[in-house]
Write a protein that binds this ligand. Structure first.
Ligand code: ADP
Ligand code: MG
Length: 740
């Protein structure tokens, strides 16, 4: 960021700006103040979330008709997407076979006429009304026909007065497109000029048009070329509101706070480093540096660590936890499930043993007899860890489990250096002697609130560092929108010596090929997963079920020790099957997605996924991650005959790429951002026009601008005005963004 950003928040001379009312102000004026909107229309509009003048201004045309591009029927090319205009001369509806309704209309433009058919019972046109039809024209029995064309109703009055480009509005909650257009027109007329809250220097630098221009041209473009710059500005504004809110929150909650003091790369850290049997990868080292820099800084860390399963996040995190311990603080590591919490605990316990840093069991004794506050030289100091879940509390310095009460005492008096656990770690009765760092695994399953609770668990001085981690790759632009208040670290490199899994697509009918692969792998003493989308056959869904596949495999592959595993089984049964599989007493598991997370069997080298096009892309990637975890490499067979283009794309992407980030972007592209945000806790509320993938350049610009503005002056006029706009336009749905 260069110096001219510093001047951004100084209001520019008034003559360079279009003075007028701000959007935030217009958001406070009810829509029924606009001519043409009475109580009834107002009710319909509010039901659609359009209740203020600002909402009307931001109700943009769903498309534009360029009248110079309108074809005469007689001259329109056949078989191409075209738009024609005309008058409805006849309209009828009739029932056809299987309860379907066919709607038929004839539209004439003076040069010729076209017969239109739709199979949509709600389609309705009125004789004499003027319409534009978009679609492909063909000939049928010697005359022109269009099948299910898009229809835009036009009105003559409007046709007569407007220029070459006609905006076409959506209908809104029972208000027709004309009525919406009229309301928007009146709103624009009353509101312009609109004061621009974004400094001119920023607009100039990023080639953005001003607000008055964008609002007037999106609604009344002189030509189609006017539309794009207007849209870009509106999209930038959407992204800016979200980014600014996230940056302001980050500033209030973290960057303006005093963190706990840490000294990095001390003796404990070094002892653990030296004990590692492998060298850290370049990515691990880079991310470790980023984390240590945060820990050393005066402000508390607030960082998201991303890296796929097996990329080596745990080592990095343990080094961060040890840094906190040797600075005289404690660490907390919270996982979403008991199983995962236990895995992290166990992994760390073993690593400490390997490093010669584990306490002896006599160290403290069940009653805590050793003086805890005796100075322990770092060169010999052991590291005491504990596990806290709903069902048990255990430590690495007392044999067996202890009571929760005892565990809590040891947390509060500082006996336990690092606590692992589930949500049980953020219950009200939990206090730390001096919590220096909180690590939260799979953070997308925790809400903002839990993050804050975790942060507030400290009796000592300062706000603890917060490190969130996730093994689910999140596309960069999505992460920026959902977690834009966090700094990002990505481990984008796998430790050496792992051969990547080979993925092949085969037909759903290739049972013989699948069986041959299974036999080959089992003969080598390796194990197999066969994953199915369903537990049992279903009449509605055409997909291979686990029960059917299990029956098939047990009869065709008699020598293979095969078991069934799915979510409907009793949990004792499930864990029994799993532990036998882990022990190598079972060759093949036919299962559902129950194996998606946390199952680590390095001897499993083949994964077969049946009816694979039924699974989402990130799910397929997670599933595939279950094989190829050892030294033997892995093979993934995707059996399917995709019935949709999206299904085909998913399979094709899986075969081509093993890069989780690339796959997550393709997944986002296929599914669209709406489904990804989900829930109310999301920025989607303000993304009407913006698309985080398509408009990623504008998202980057908005991010840059917001960062610079908050850094420059978090309470300056620019930041303040954008934040006004956030609460005025987003209201309730902005709470997740603005809560501090
Ligand atoms: P993650 O937590 O990201 O899933 P882990 O930290 O559990 O990954 O690492 C997975 C495996 O790779 C572990 O067995 C770990 O010991 C090993 N490992 C981690 N870093 C390296 C490295 N730099 N070189 C070799 N092996 C590594
Ligand atoms: Mg710090």
């Amino acid at each position: 960021m260069s110096t001219n950003i510093t001047s951004m928040t100084t209001p520019p001379p008034s003559e360079t700006r279009s003075k007028g009312r701000t959007l935030a102000y217009l958001a406070g004026i009810p829509a029924d103040k606009v001519k043409g909107i009475g109580a009834v229309s107002m009710k319909k509009l509010s039901a659609q979330g359009v209740s203020s003048v600002a909402d009307l201004l931001l109700t943009v045309p769903r498309r534009y008709l360029d009248r110079s591009q309108l074809f005469d029927l007689q001259a329109a090319p056949l078989g191409k997407d075209v738009t024609v205009g005309g008058v409805v001369t006849s309209f009828s509806k009739r029932r056809i076979s299987r309860g379907r309704t066919m709607v038929e209309a004839r539209v004439s433009d003076g040069t010729s006429s076209v017969r239109c058919v739709w199979f949509n019972p709600y389609m309705k046109l009125v004789e004499g009304e003027e319409v534009a039809l978009s679609g492909s024209i063909e000939t049928f029995k010697g005359s022109l026909q269009m099948k299910s064309p898009d229809v835009d109703r036009l009105d003559r009055e409007r046709l007569a007065v407007t220029g070459r480009v006609l905006p076409v509005y959506p209908g809104l909650g029972g208000l027709g497109p004309f009525k919406v257009r009229e309301a928007v027109d009146n709103a624009v007329g009353r509101s312009i000029p609109i004061e621009d809250i974004v400094p001119t220097a920023v607009l100039d630098r990023f080639a953005l048009v001003d607000r008055t221009t964008s609002i007037s041209r999106i609604h009344l473009p002189d030509s189609l070329e006017d539309v794009e710059p207007a849209r870009r500005r509106l999209i930038f504004d959407e992204f800016l509101r979200i980014q600014m809110a996230l940056k302001v929150r980050a500033h209030d909650e973290f960057e303006s706070q005093i963190g706990v003091q840490n000294s990095v790369k001390g003796e404990l850290f070094q002892r653990f480093m030296d004990s590692l049997s492998h060298r850290l990868t370049g990515a691990q080292l880079r991310v470790l540096e980023e984390i240590l820099q945060d820990m050393e800084a005066q402000t508390p860390m607030h960082r998201l660590l991303q890296g796929e399963v097996g990329s080596g996040k745990t080592v990095v995190v343990v080094l961060a936890l040890l840094t906190s311990v040797e600075s005289g603080h404690q660490g907390a590591f919270m996982a979403p499930t008991e199983v995962l919490a236990f895995q992290h605990y166990l992994g760390t316990e073993l690593a400490l043993v390997d490093a010669g840093m584990a306490p002896t069991i006599e160290d403290v004794g069940a009653g805590g007899t050793t003086s805890l506050f005796a100075e322990e030289p770092l060169s010999t100091r052991p590291v005491r860890i504990g596990l806290f879940t709903g069902s048990r509390v255990t430590t690495n310095f007392v044999s067996g489990d202890v009571s929760r009460t005892q565990g809590l005492v040891w947390l509060a008096d500082g006996t336990i250096d690092i606590a692992f656990g589930t949500q049980a770690l953020i219950q009200e009765d939990v206090d730390f002697h001096s919590l220096g760092i909180a690590v939260v695994d799979e953070q997308h399953r925790f809400g903002v609130e839990q993050r804050v609770v975790m942060r507030d668990k400290n009796q000592g001085e300062g706000v603890p560092d917060l490190l969130l981690m996730t093994a689910t790759p999140i596309p960069r632009t999505l992460a920026m929108t959902l977690y834009g208040d966090l700094k990002m670290s990505v481990i984008d490199e796998m430790p050496p010596g792992r051969s990547p899994t080979t993925t092949l697509a085969i037909s759903e009918t290739a049972d013989d090929e699948i069986d041959a692969s299974i036999q080959e792998v089992v003969a080598e003493g390796r194990q197999v997963f066969v994953v199915c989308p369903l537990v049992e056959d279903s009449e509605k869904i055409d997909a291979r079920s686990a029960v059917t596949e299990f029956a098939r495999i047990t009869s065709s592959l008699r020598g293979v020790r095969c078991e069934l595993l799915h979510g409907q089984m009793h949990s004792d049964e499930k864990s029994d099957v799993m532990s036998r599989f882990r022990a190598g007493d079972i060759d093949l598991l036919v299962c559902t997605t129950v194996i998606e997370v946390g199952i680590d069997v390095p001897n499993a080298t083949l994964m077969v996924i049946r009816t694979a096009d039924r699974f989402g892309l990130s799910q397929l990637h997670q599933l595939r991650g279950r094989v190829g975890r050892g030294e033997f490499g892995g093979v993934c067979l995707l059996s399917s005959d995709p019935t949709t283009p999206d299904g085909e794309r998913r399979i094709e992407a899986m075969v081509r790429s093993t890069d989780g980030f690339e796959l997550s972007e393709i997944d986002l592209e296929i599914r669209g951002q709406g489904t990804v945000f989900g829930g109310s806790q999301s920025g989607a509320a303000d993304l009407r026009l913006g698309d985080i993938l398509r408009d990623r350049d504008l998202l980057d610009v908005a991010h840059t601008v917001a960062v610079a503005a908050v850094q420059d002056d978090p309470h300056g006029p620019f930041v303040t005005e954008v934040m006004h706009e956030v609460s005025a336009l987003l209201g309730e749905s902005a709470q997740w963004l603005t809560r501090s």
